[in-house]
Design a protein around this ligand. Structure first.
Ligand code: RP5
Length: 173
């Protein structure tokens, strides 16, 4: 396995049910990653060490997921020049998900976090792969293949729905 270029972190083990989707798509796209738990509130020193050493460890992008008062992505972004992708998680302490979304999205000027949709870990993985694909041709090729397959799937569904009518088609993507 090559050296990880994407770091995936989350505030709690309970975020894994969502954040595993980032790991799964990175594996599909053949991007080396390292996943661990770093909590902004429960392990603040670990968060500082992680953010400050991420670049020197060879990471190129960090995906950070958290729920509720989700300070992890923004705090990590404040301590690194690597791009940080934030995943708002609808966790047990989240009111309705908006708390996580807004606390990751509404960053002050100068410290951006690229925020994906609520529980959008899969897209976070794809976005991270696209960042890596900007300088790694083999990852860019894997992304091209992935997007071609998506297109083919839609075209096949369109063909089938036009041929059989919507009643004869299965519901869902
Ligand atoms: C956040 O609190 C974590 O990211 C998680 O989404 C949420 C709940 O954590 P647990 O109480 O399940 O450990 O910091």
């Amino acid at each position: 396995m090559s050296k990880p270029v994407v770091g995936i972190i989350m505030g709690s083990q309970s975020d894994l049910k969502v954040m595993k989707e980032a790991a799964e798509i990175l594996e599909e796209l053949q991007v080396a990653y390292k996943l661990t738990i770093v909590s902004a509130h429960r392990t603040p020193d670990r968060m500082i060490d992680y953010a400050r050493s991420a670049r020197s460890k060879g990471l190129k992008v960090i995906i950070a997921g958290a729920g509720g008062a989700a300070h992890l992505p923004g705090m990590v972004a404040s301590m690194t020049t690597l791009p940080v992708i934030g995943v708002p998680v609808k966790s047990s302490n989240s009111i309705d998900g908006w708390d996580s979304v807004l606390s990751i999205l509404q960053m002050p000027g100068g410290i951006p976090v690229a925020t994906v949709a609520l529980d959008g870990a899969k897209n976070a993985g794809i976005l991270a792969a696209e960042m890596v694909g900007a300088f790694d041709e083999s990852v860019a090729k894997n992304l091209e293949k992935y997007k071609d397959e998506l297109k083919e799937k839609v075209l096949k569904s369109a063909e089938s729905i036009e041929e059989k009518g919507w009643r004869g088609s299965k519901i869902g993507f």
